[in-house]
Design a protein around this ligand. Structure first.
Ligand SMILES: [Zn+2]
Length: 467
């Protein structure tokens, strides 16, 4: 309170320059509309048979830039996209390094996983029968998106001003474990209180307030597929509605959604604009409730770590297996096999590992924020909460979305005769070089996060930028 009083006085007379030293954090925001203007294909759902046909509401990228008292900067981006693919992540990080000297540990590129956004460069090409014209649109749009991300970060950095930041956590219960509950029976199961399977109903909230105690930004997460809508109009789905609802109430603020570990969670029942809007409003209400109650103030100290962990794929498909599958039909699975067979026949070896991004920030003395690439199942969030405390924030779908990331439990469940989606067939949707991750995927990820948390606690800089 004392701080705010001083700030108000300084702002009123504009005598002295403001600095993070005196006022804790500096924060700046910016947002840019990214709705495609051409009839591109939409990303998500293998059953789509044509490009987009209209717009329900606009798609956005939103950026929050933070600077702590020692001058360390962190940039958070939310996007109404299915996922930021590796090529866009890499290009963007390079540009942000060149222009602002930001390293990858300082950059979080989140995606909302809306299934009514555009196909992006290098992602999901086996899923849709894309022609040359569609490839051109995807390339042009992806270039434009990269430019807009850099421009929006530039704007947010230019807007840095004294701020205070706060952490809290709310609750929303519409996510259902889709592996354990039949979508057909969902209303009955919900009414009977007999939904099964692990879920993470937490709604983590980061609030950024100006020196005049006005909400500048609210960043919030939820672990649930953003898949109410499967029609042909651009939209941010329930997450888009939640962001719009919060920005409607807080006119000068940006509301930024990020996806948690919701790979095996669906918003159920679903498939109508009414339900998408309803879930969005429920999520916004959960955030509002947190904002209205006392939140934990975060000291002006930002620590950032990143690791690119090498994850291995499981058994390599043989030429015979690929040839058999390639000849068996014309679905995405057959197209996947045909493309890999072509690679093998041309002497190209199949990918056997993947450089997987893991990141941990510590805001203040204790608020951990773990981010993971890919479509991460809920077990990871629950495991990290058990290990690091229930108020840790865990994001999936961050910095690269290359595949599903099953836990060992899900991998084990998805062995024949059950070839489940999250642990098995989804690898073909993403065009990976094998049908499964190796069984040590969860172990390697947990060890990576552990190393980063250890370095954060020890005050060791990120190895990639250590001098
Ligand atoms: Zn998904």
């Amino acid at each position: 309170m004392k701080h705010r009083l001083i700030i108000v006085v300084l702002l009123s007379f504009s005598i002295l320059p403001l600095s993070a030293d005196e006022f804790g954090w500096l924060a700046g925001t910016a947002r840019t509309q990214i709705t495609p203007t051409e009839p591109m294909w939409m990303a998500g759902y293998g059953s789509r048979d044509r490009p987009a046909e209209g717009t329900l509401h606009e798609l956005w990228i939103r950026v929050l830039a933070l600077q702590d008292a020692s001058g360390r900067i962190g940039v958070v981006l939310s996007s109404d996209t299915l996922g930021i693919p590796q090529s866009i992540y890499t290009t963007t990080c390079r540009s942000l390094k060149e222009e602002f000297d930001l390293n990858p540990d300082q950059i979080m590129l989140h995606s909302s996983h809306t299934h009514t956004g555009p196909v992006l460069r290098g992602a999901l090409y086996d899923v849709y029968p894309l022609d040359g014209e569609q490839h051109r649109m995807i390339e042009e749009y992806s270039n434009l998106l990269e430019d807009r991300i850099v421009r929006t970060v530039r704007d947010a950095l230019a807007n840095l001003a004294p701020a205070e930041i706060f952490a809290g956590q709310g609750l929303a219960t519409f996510a259902v474990n889709r592996r354990n509950n039949s979508e057909r029976d969902i209303r009955k199961l919900r009414r009977a209180g007999s939904l099964k399977g692990p879920v993470d109903h937490a709604v983590p909230v980061l609030a950024v307030r100006t020196a005049a105690d006005k909400l500048l930004a609210v960043v919030f997460g939820y672990a649930c597929h953003n898949t109410n809508l499967s029609f042909y109009q651009w939209s941010g789905d329930y997450a888009g509605f939640a962001q719009y609802a919060l920005e409607d109430v807080h006119q000068d603020a940006v509301a930024m959604f990020y996806m948690g570990c919701g790979a095996d969670q669906n918003p159920l029942p679903r498939r109508s604009v009414e339900l998408a809007r309803g879930y969005g409003l429920r999520l916004a209400a959960a955030v509002e409730r947190v904002l209205a109650e006392p939140m934990q103030e975060i000291e002006s100290d930002l620590r950032t770590q990143i690791e690119i962990v090498k994850l291995s794929f499981g058994k390599e498909p043989t030429r015979n297996e690929l040839a058999t599958l390639a000849a068996a039909g014309s679905t995405y699975r057959n197209r996947w096999a045909a493309r890999l067979l072509n690679d093998v026949n041309n002497g190209k070896s199949l990918e056997r590992t993947y450089p997987y991004p893991l990141q941990v920030w510590r805001l203040g003395q204790r608020q951990l924020w773990i981010t993971m690439g890919g479509e991460v199942v809920v077990d990871y969030a629950l495991g990290f909460k058990q290990q690091y405390g229930h108020d840790v924030w865990v994001a999936g779908y961050c910095n690269d979305v290359m595949a599903y990331i099953p836990s060992l439990r899900v991998l084990d469940e998805d062995k024949p005769p059950r070839s489940g989606y999250e642990g098995n067939t989804s690898m073909m949707v993403y065009g990976r070089g094998a049908e499964r991750w190796a069984d040590d995927v969860e172990e390697l990820i947990a060890a990576g996060v552990d190393r980063m948390v250890y370095r954060l606690e020890a005050g060791t800089p990120n190895p990639s930028i250590a001098e």
